[in-house]
Design a protein around this ligand. Structure first.
Ligand SMILES: [Zn+2]
Length: 84
């Protein structure tokens, strides 16, 4: 009788721990990916692995590739300097 009760309690605890850790794993994977991307956008920084270009005329920064014309001052792409 007594050992059986311990078994039951252990099984119940394991099940609960398993459910909790699975849930935690899913939710943390999700939020870390979203928050790092959102943080980069919020700070106006280029997302990791993307080069960015700075307009030498007005200082406007564009991530990815230089635009044909600066959206702020209208300077051509040649005025953009790549920053690594
Ligand atoms: Zn500009």
């Amino acid at each position: 009788m007594y050992p059986l009760m311990i078994d039951d309690a252990e099984q119940e605890n394991n099940q609960r721990a398993l459910t909790l850790s699975t849930w935690r794993m899913k939710s943390s994977r999700c939020t870390s990916r979203n928050s790092s991307r959102a943080q980069a956008v919020k700070e106006g920084k280029a997302v990791k692995d993307e080069p960015y270009y700075v307009c030498q005329v007005c200082g406007n920064t564009v991530a990815g590739s230089a635009p044909e014309r600066c959206p702020v001052c209208g300077s051509p792409a040649s005025k953009f300097k790549k920053v690594d």
